[in-house]
Design a protein around this ligand. Sequence first.
Ligand code: C5P
Length: 238
Amino acid sequence: MEKGQLLYEGKAKRLYATDEQDILWVEYKDSATAFNGEKKAEIAGKGMLNNKITSLIFERLQGAGIASHFVKQLSDHEQLVRQVAIIPVEVVTRNIVAGSMAKRLGLEEGTVLKRPIVEFYYKDDALGDPIISEDHIEMLELASTEEVQELREKALKVNEVLIGFFKEVGVDLVDFKIEFGRDQEGRVLLADEISPDTCRLWDAKTKQKLDKDVFRRDLGNLTDAYELILAKLGGQHS
Ligand code: C5P
């Protein structure tokens, strides 16, 4: 397979066309950004770690019957994915209070929720990705009523499966953000990435943060945390 022209460059990834229709070549970058791009850094090895972790997680989710755009890992920092039209809604699922939920609702970080909470955010950098309701999604015509239901159900299913994977290796899945896209046939597929950039992961015993909060809050070495997650998931670091 040949890598084609650059189609899109985001904060963490570059997307290229390939010589195969509907298949895209994704390159994970070493850039780290937080607070809607206000905080930035280059962290050597981060792209490779996120590529490997996302590949492992998407493979395991596919094994659990959750379809995604993921095709295969190509190299340390590259993977192939099926082309989808991204639905501009970030779906956040939370098991434990942290981050914006703690701030918005005045709740204490670390409070375990009685049941998972699903939230939707409008994926729009200029607006700072505001939280939106299901009614807003329909009003803005981002997705149909049925699709919104599907996003919610899929997010809860991903949550159930990921909680299990992480629990096995002594990690609490606090919260995570996922994105979805529509394929050529209009099917809704899980897309983008699932990595410590997009999840909050705490050591179940020590509650040590093993995710992007290390960068957001200057809590130590980010690649050490991500390497630990990769090793726990059974991946190899080269
Ligand atoms: O900041 P907040 O608490 O709303 O984040 C919830 C979860 O979604 C966290 O795991 C965070 O890393 C992830 N997230 C993300 N991309 C965003 C916003 C949040 O991956 N643009």
